[in-house]
Every structure is written in structure tokens, then in C-alpha cells.
Design a protein around this ligand. Structure first.
Ligand code: ADP
Length: 161
């Protein structure tokens, strides 16, 4: 069984993430969506909120599981019997960053491959940060995130003000 691991912050899930999750079916039998808990970023959503958003928005997608990890991704992958890591690529900035990480992971776990899926044209401009920025100014994020995530984001910013 080929188990893929799709790591990220997912703060929150966007249509760009969702597209990668759906497309990863062609390369893996099971996908673990892994939320990193040791990120230095200041998140909008708690880990439990992020898990709940992903589970709700992906409830019609088979063979996925949301997990959390801390520490080194390569070590976690070894323990969980992961066949490969899946990442999305939007731009050359993503590429430079991802290349460094892939090389570092490969040093720790030489058998662990990272597979990159290129962002589709309609999603390449979407990031969780952009979505949060637009939403914080009351802009329309309908085309960027699933409906449920949109409601949760709007609720956060209306509580903030
Ligand atoms: P973001 O960069 O949006 O904050 P994450 O850190 O959660 O997202 O990213 C997790 C993974 O998803 C990374 O590999 C990232 O490149 C990928 N990703 C994020 N947004 C998109 C998108 N719009 N299209 C393709 N891949 C994406």
C-alpha cells in the first residue's frame, strides 16, 4: 500500500490544498494530511479547528486521514511507513524553498521521496495567508476556499473586530 503524506499548516484549508488532496489519488492508495504543530507561525485556527475544517471539507474523499506531527517530518515519515511526501508547487519561490527541504529530508531518510504536484492555473495564486489577508479586510474569498472554511474564517474576523 502506497501511503502519501501531505504536510502543511493548513491554516486554513484552501481550494489549492483541496486540489492537491484530490489529485494525489492517482499516486497513492492512502493520504495522510499532516498538520505540523511545531510551526513558529502565529496561527489563526487552533490545531483542532484546522482538523475539523479539513475533515468537514473532505468528508466525501475516500482514503484520507488527518494527523498531526511535531519534530522532524522525515523522522515521523519513517515511523509511519510513509512511501512519499507530497507537496504542491505554485511558483519559483515555492520551488527554491521546497528543493532545500527535500534535500534535507533525503539526508535524514534516503529512501523517502518527495513528489511535487504543480498547482493548477486557477489555484496558483491561493495561499492561506492571502486568504486571511483578504478576509481580514472584508474581501470576498468565495473562490479561494471551500464554503465551510469561508464561514469559519468570516466568523474569526467578526469575533476579532
Ligand atoms: P500555505 O503555503 O497556503 O500557507 P501550507 O503551508 O499549508 O500552505 O502548504 C502545504 C502544502 O500545500 C505546500 O506544499 C504548499 O506548496 C501547498 N499549497 C498551498 N497552496 C497551494 C495551491 N494554491 N496550489 C498548490 N499547492 C498549494
Amino acid at each position: 500500500m502506497r501511503i502519501g503524506l501531505y504536510p502543511g499548516s493548513f491554516d486554513p484549508l484552501t481550494n489549492g490544498h483541496l486540489d492537491i488532496i484530490q489529485r494525489s489519488k492517482v499516486i497513492c492508495d492512502k493520504l495522510l494530511i499532516a498538520i505540523g504543530t511545531n510551526s513558529a507561525k502565529n496561527p489563526l485556527f487552533s490545531i483542532n479547528e484546522r482538523i475539523e475544517i479539513i475533515n468537514t471539507c473532505c468528508n466525501d474523499i475516500a482514503n484520507i486521514e488527518v494527523v498531526t506531527f511535531n519534530g522532524l517530518l522525515a523522522e515521523y515519515s519513517k515511523k509511519q511507513n510513509i512511501s512519499f511526501i507530497i507537496r504542491g508547487l505554485r511558483s519559483s519561490t515555492d520551488f527554491d524553498y521546497e528543493y532545500q527541504i527535500a534535500v534535507a529530508n533525503n539526508k535524514i531518510a534516503p529512501d523517502l521521496e518527495t513528489i511535487f504536484l504543480m498547482s493548477r492555473g486557477e489555484y496558483f495564486h491561493i495561499s492561506s495567508n492571502i486568504v486571511k489577508e483578504i478576509a481580514s479586510y472584508g474581501g470576498d474569498i468565495s473562490s479561494m476556499v471551500p464554503h465551510y472554511a469561508k464561514e469559519k474564517i468570516i466568523a474569526k474576523y467578526s469575533n476579532h473586530s
